[in-house]
Ligand binder design. Structure first.
Ligand SMILES: Nc1nc2c(c(=O)[nH]1)N[C@H]1C(S)=C(S)[C@@H](COP(=O)(O)OP(=O)(O)OC[C@H]3O[C@@H](n4cnc5c(=O)[nH]c(N)nc54)[C@H](O)[C@@H]3O)O[C@H]1N2
Ligand SMILES: Nc1nc2c(c(=O)[nH]1)N[C@H]1C(S)=C(S)[C@@H](COP(=O)(O)OP(=O)(O)OC[C@H]3O[C@@H](n4cnc5c(=O)[nH]c(N)nc54)[C@H](O)[C@@H]3O)O[C@H]1N2
Ligand SMILES: [Mo]
Length: 772
């Protein structure tokens, strides 16, 4: 098939075009379907769009690259996707391509002036390119020369000066090969996007419940009596979750939303796949909305624990699941003692909520016999995130909300295979059993010393300690904090290797030498193998492993599949006589799966079970048997001191978030429809009272200054927008505001950047006088 349509590249963002309308109180509906189809057709044409959307999340089809929310098994609708999933697919399916001509036309100096929106919209990368010291443009390089260069550079330095980043789209088999490659070289420098995302969840769950993952299934969401949605914007980031919440409500369940912003999807959902959703009023979602202050969640869950214990004192045996607590947990007495008293004044100050509001929600918890706490980044990107999540676990343990239908912990993951990548061993702090199993299976000696996480990688880059930086997907320069320092650090790396689908900022602020290696995406057919067409697998947010297979014709014949790229990097590094048979794995992914089945517990007989239509579920002790595989063999109550964000006087707390029209650092479009903001992104959402108190007016143009540990960071030209956020808390888009996040502003223990915990003030923006 010849591709005919080559839609023109888009114009870049013109912030002067910014439009602001009233925020919406409902999500999805017919509009969502229309936007999805319009975007799909604009990028890929009718035929290709139909071809791909009909296979999205279907058995034998491909896994949606949009998010990690599971598919509705057994009763999948003909079109099991959401607006943003469809946009993610359209983004990948585009017929625009970026090849030699593009790179010859645009210099790095020119490209450095472009936004991610413009860069990403140029199209799919179609051939490998290189830029060497002193050059101003990328230019084509053959695959074999590219691999030779990588092999040479890795062999020419020490393992600790090589870093291997993974963004969470990487499939299981790919991730397994990738970590094996790093460990065969001799490094655990395997930072991943999880470090910036749900690391705090793993850091809190591992010691308390013995597994770093959620403990619920999709059925549990449907059956819960009460669900908390904390620090999450499902209407935009996990739209299919709204269908699950709707089902829960239809079964009589209740929902509590905890968020500083009144996000549309938390209030009303119009399921575009049902008649009622199209013509009716939709389903109200949240029964209670706690408009919490940013960073106030630890205080909230301490107060809820306190109120539950008080009720237990009044009516013994009605709240605390005594049998469960006694037989399965440890540390209850110390926890009960710590939560016996509460300072309501401080609690109200920390949360911005009234005592009555918190008591109402505690009453709902007390009445519920099956509660689930869902959470996402509003909770994980604070200095005290790990303590907050531990406190949520305390409340769940108290009522025995593990291992029974409709109950449990549900960290809602981001990237579609971020959870699977970690399961496959992409982790800078690997466990000894994993390393021992790798060594046994492959006859290598894995390094035991921990490697760099994302933030440590940033430090290493800035210190000039990285010679080879390989990025398996993602956009590290834009995703991390302290943009200016990070970009300078990237430029100090000896060689950057970007295995990517689309151009992005990280390609532009490249290492001294840099390669961009174009690869297949989820939707592309992977059939250039002696053994014929191949499929891969992923793990969703609920520990279900299933296959994913793209069928579309790739936009260019020069793309290589990720497993092939890893195998060839390894061959170039180790030569033909390495202990690991890389080529066998690249030719036939069943070979990778056979290795995985012998290395990772839970993957026995992987090749057979992955071919089951619905895939298979990984073992999960809290869910399966109400047991906790912690070091003490019990669930652990913990005691954390109260902590919340107290900005210096004259400052607000700034959180960063995603618009409805972006995927992390990539922008599908410029319409944050539910929040009513379009055609511009450099905005600060601010409560009208704070706007007045700061001496500004709606739409004023300001420069933003953040303060952290005595240091200041500055980002210019943002427009203040009066918005119904919690008082004292402002919001801006990621990645524009990343320049304001000091790299040492991180969550304790997990080292996740404090992307939702900055202290900022504003000064009027003054245009620099024209030169001359
Ligand atoms: N369409 C689309 N889908 C995506 C993504 C995308 O960019 N676009 N990204 C994917 C990825 S990698 C991830 S990790 C997830 C992210 O999914 P989310 O976590 O939903 O992403 P954010 O936009 O960061 O939204 C965080 C929410 O937390 C709230 N919040 C901020 N601070 C606090 C706080 O202190 N307390 C509480 N209670 N709430 C707070 C914000 O108001 C916001 O509603 O989505 C995934 N899915
Ligand atoms: N301020 C602030 N910063 C944040 C966050 C925040 O909430 N606020 N969130 C953090 C979070 S949760 C995350 S997950 C990170 C995201 O960090 P990353 O995962 O590094 O960033 P993405 O924007 O998802 O990466 C987009 C790029 O991935 C490439 N890509 C897409 N699909 C594929 C594929 O199939 N294969 C390959 N090889 N490449 C592909 C494309 O080239 C595209 O340009 O950002 C973090 N940064
Ligand atoms: Mo994420």
């Amino acid at each position: 098939m010849k591709f005919t349509k080559q839609p023109a590249p888009v114009a870049d963002i013109d912030e002067a075009q910014l439009e602001v309308h009233k925020p919406k109180k409902e999500a999805a509906g017919v509009k969502a379907v229309m936007v999805a189809l319009e975007r799909a057709v604009a990028q890929a044409g009718v035929q290709r769009s139909v071809q791909s959307l009909l296979r999205l999340n279907q058995k034998g089809g491909f896994d949606c690259p949009g998010c990690a929310w599971p598919e509705t098994d057994g009763k999948r609708k003909a079109a099991e996707f959401c607006e943003n999933g469809a946009k993610a697919v359209a983004e990948e399916n585009t017929l625009r391509t970026v090849g030699a001509e593009f790179w010859a036309k645009h210099s790095i100096a020119e490209l450095s002036q472009k936004t991610e929106y413009w860069l990403g919209n140029q199209g799919r990368l179609s051939e490998p390119v290189v830029i060497r010291p002193g050059e101003t443009h990328y230019s084509p390089i053959s695959w074999s020369d590219a691999f030779a260069l990588i092999g040479e550079r890795i062999s020419g330095t020490t393992p600790d000066r090589c870093v291997f980043y993974t963004s969470g789209r990487t499939a299981n088999e790919t991730a397994f090969m990738y970590q094996l490659f790093a460990r065969s070289i001799g490094t655990n420098n395997l930072p991943d996007c999880s470090n910036m995302c749900h690391e705090s969840s793993g850091s809190a769950l591992n010691p308390t419940i013995g597994i770093g993952k959620g403990t619920v299934s999709l059925e549990d969401i449907h059956e819960a009596e009460l669900i908390f949605v904390v620090g999450q914007n499902p209407g935009t980031n996990h739209p299919r979750m709204l269908g699950a919440l709707q089902e829960c409500k239809e079964n009589g369940g209740k929902v509590v939303a905890v968020n500083p912003l009144p996000e549309a999807g938390l209030f009303n959902f119009k399921d575009p796949q049902t008649f009622a959703g199209v013509v009716g009023k939709g389903t109200p979602i949240a029964d209670e909305f706690l408009q919490i202050k940013v960073g106030g969640d630890l205080a909230l869950f301490q107060a809820l624990g306190h109120l539950l214990l008080e009720e237990e004192k009044r009516n013994p045996g009605t709240v605390v699941d005594r049998a469960f607590v006694e037989s399965q947990t440890d540390g209850f007495e110390a926890y009960a003692e710590a939560r016996a008293t509460l300072d309501w004044e401080v609690t109200e100050e920390a949360t911005g909520l009234s005592r009555e509001q918190i008591e109402t929600v505690a009453g709902m918890l007390i009445r519920s016999k099956a509660t689930i706490f869902c959470w996402a980044l509003g909770v994980t990107q604070q200095p005290h995130s790990v303590d907050t999540i531990k406190e949520m676990v305390n409340v769940l343990l108290l009522q025995g909300n593990f291992g029974k239908p409709g109950a449990g912990a549900c960290p809602v993951r981001g990237h579609s295979n971020v959870q699977g990548d970690r399961t496959m061993g992409v982790w800078e702090k690997p466990t000894e059993p994993l390393l021992a199993a790798l060594d046994r299976e492959f006859g290598i000696t894995s390094p035991r010393e921990h490697g760099h996480d994302s933030v440590e990688t940033q430090h290493a880059l800035e210190n000039g300690d990285v010679d080879v930086f390989v990025c398996m997907g993602g956009n590290f320069a834009a995703a991390g904090s302290d943009t200016e320092g990070l970009e300078a650090g990237m430029q100090r790396a000896g060689l950057t290797v970007h295995v990517s689908t689309k151009p992005n900022r990280s390609h532009i602020v490249h290492g001294k030498t840099s390669l961009i290696l174009p690869t297949l995406g989820r939707t592309d057919r992977d059939d250039k193998h002696a053994k014929g067409i191949q499929f891969l697998s992923v793990e969703n947010s609920m520990s279900v492993v299933h296959s994913t297979q793209g069928r579309l014709q790739p936009v260019s014949e020069h793309l290589l599949a990720e497993p092939v790229i890893i195998a060839r990097m390894a061959e170039a590094t180790f030569g033909p006589d390495h202990a690991v048979d890389w080529r066998a794995m690249a030719e036939d992914y069943d070979v990778v799966r056979d290795h995985i089945s012998r290395v990772l517990p839970g993957f026995e007989d992987f090749n057979t079970r992955v071919r089951n239509k619905a895939g298979f579920v990984l073992p999960n002790p809290p869910r399966d048997t109400r047991s906790f595989k912690t070091d003490i063999g019990r669930g652990r109550f913990t005691v954390s001191p109260l902590e919340f964000l107290t900005p210096p006087s004259g400052h607000l707390v700034l959180q960063t978030l995603r618009s409805h029209d972006q995927y992390n650092t990539t922008f599908y479009g410029l319409d944050d429809r539910y929040r009513g903001i379009s055609d511009g992104r450099r905005v600060i959402l601010i409560h009208p009272k704070d706007l007045a108190a700061q001496g500004f007016q709606d739409r004023d143009l300001v420069d933003v200054i953040s303060v952290f540990a005595g240091a200041e960071r500055r980002a210019d030209k943002f427009r203040l927008i009066a918005y119904p956020t919690a008082e004292g808390c402002a919001a801006a888009y990621f990645p524009e505001a990343n320049a304001l996040v000091h790299k040492e502003n991180v969550a304790r223990v997990s080292n996740t950047p404090g992307f939702k915990a900055m202290f900022v003030r504003f000064v009027p923006h003054v245009e620099a006088a024209a030169a001359g």
